[in-house]
Design a protein around this ligand. Structure first.
Ligand code: GAP
Length: 461
């Protein structure tokens, strides 16, 4: 509590059930509860819903897009506020040779099997080895086809003629746009190694088994940063970026016990990687990848040199040395980060549902309520709204009982509610309600902005 804040009337929220027993706060158990909340409150809608939807495509609604922008903004600031990282925004459509050089045309494939009876489709590497050997469908027991290699890149045609020469691909990762611009960025921004290039953008993969809401989709956004280093210093930088990236997720308020590293063993390592760790999150459907940190060596720049015939070397002026840099990559899914924020924030105490979102991620920071629809209360509350709006993203709500209004904001993760009542008119104090504890305090209207700012600062980064 700050000295300048007038406090009184601190009423500890009832954390008790009606029988007097303490309420047990639970996290998300069933993804269906989150999917339903997201639809009801305008975070995420099924794409093309009026036509029955389209598999594994989702649209972000008014609150979802605010949350997504907050995720991206936090990532962008964490990267490009550093002197050694520059940003770019490369085109989604790239020269088809890029995908030959990157290895995606030959190697970005999943083995696919179909059930001849129930028509279900599976990734052969994800089903039980005995079932695969017996060619037995895990769903219905029907006969499975032989595995076929299926390339995950979406193909389309450039120009009016649909012929093989006109085939181009929707990029399956944003990273390649960075590699082919390595020298453009380095020379135009006069960066010296080590330095990085950051990019946020859409990627497309024709996934065989998409699912779990927005966890695995066919169109998604990535937040990727490629850090160019001198060969020999790559493992040192790899370790640094591993730590910096997990810290970023912790700074977003994600619970420590729900995050872990998973090291790729020899069988899992991608063709380009010398070392790879995933940051995993424990979803209701198990531990799954959230972000990858990869030591890609000089594979990418080396291949683009080879396929383009252009040198992609760095010249170290001081050491008078020329070399192809090694790359340490950090690659996070934007939609997956957003999903983790929602899953991790979900709370239910048997009665109330709330999202304990970090304030920096919450779509609204404060909600302002006139206690009743009386002109004098509304007028005061409009003034409070206008003064807060200069500092935070604020909403207002005067429909229904104050309890119902609190609940609506709890469900969308608004950290603070400010209520204007008749005492406000006489003594210029308002009630501020805390989303997570439901504690209510009386604070002077004048000190409200400072009070909220200080609470946000003490929340963490
Ligand atoms: N450039 C390296 C790369 O793309 P990746 O492990 O294939 O690596 C990086 O993808 C991240 O992108 C993943 O950790 C995940 O967060 C996200 N991602 C990948 N495929 C996705 C999909 N189908 N739907 C949503 N996010 C996906």
């Amino acid at each position: 509590m700050t000295e300048s804040t007038e406090t009184s009337d601190v009423s500890q929220a009832s954390a008790q059930a009606s029988d007097g027993a303490p309420k047990v706060v639970q996290g998300l158990k069933d993804m269906a509860d989150l999917v339903s909340l997201c639809k009801r409150r305008g975070f995420v809608f099924p794409s093309s819903e009026v036509y029955g939807g389209i598999n594994a495509c989702w649209d972000y609604g008014p609150l979802g897009i605010e949350l997504k922008r907050n995720v991206k903004e936090r990532w962008w600031r964490a990267m490009t506020d550093r002197e050694d990282i520059e940003g770019i925004d490369a085109a989604i459509l790239m020269h088809p040779r890029v995908w030959e050089a990157s290895g995606h045309v030959a190697g970005f494939v999943d083995p696919l099997v179909d059930c001849k009876k129930c028509k279900s489709r599976f990734r052969a590497d994800k089903i039980d080895a005995a079932a695969l050997a017996a060619k037995k469908c895990p769903s219905c027991g029907g006969e499975l086809t032989e595995p076929r290699q299926f390339n995950l890149m979406f193909k389309t045609f450039m120009g009016p003629v649909e012929e093989d020469a006109a085939i181009i691909y929707m990029r399956p990762e944003t990273a390649q746009g960075i590699y082919v611009n390595f020298l453009n960025v380095q020379q135009s921004s006069r960066q010296k190694i080590p330095f990085g290039i950051a990019q946020i953008g859409k990627a497309f993969r024709n996934e065989i088994t998409p699912g779990n809401f927005i966890f695995r989709t066919r169109e998604f956004e990535q937040m990727e940063m490629q850090y160019f280093v001198k060969p020999g210093t790559d493992m040192e930088w790899f370790e640094k970026w591993k730590q910096m990236r997990i810290q970023w997720h912790l700074d977003n308020g994600i619970r420590k016990e729900k995050l872990r590293f998973h090291e790729h063993g020899p069988g899992e390592l991608a063709h380009y990687a010398r070392a790879a760790f995933d940051i995993e999150y424990e979803f209701p459907f198990g531990w799954q990848e959230l972000e990858g940190i990869h030591n890609r060596t000089d594979f990418d720049l080396g291949r683009h040199q080879q396929y383009s015939g252009k040198k992609l070397e760095y010249f170290d002026e001081e050491a008078k040395e020329r070399y192809v840099p090694y790359i340490v990559e950090t690659s996070a899914g934007c939609d997956r980060t957003l999903l983790v924020a929602l899953v991790d924030a979900y709370r239910f105490d048997g009665d109330r549902v709330w999202l304990a979102l970090h304030p920096a991620l919450a779509p609204y920071k404060v909600a302002v309520y006139p206690l009743m629809k009386k002109p004098e209360l509304r007028e005061y509350s409009e003034k409070v709204y206008a003064s807060l709006k200069k500092h935070f993203r604020v909403t207002t709500d005067d429909a229904g009982s104050i309890g119902k209004r609190y609940r609506r904001q709890d469900e969308i993760g608004t950290p603070f509610g400010v209520t204007i009542d008749y005492d406000t008119l006489s003594n210029h104090t308002v009630t501020i309600r805390h989303r997570d504890s439901m504690v209510q305090e009386r604070v002077s209207a004048e000190s409200l902005v400072r009070y909220i700012e200080e609470k946000f600062e003490s929340w963490g980064k």
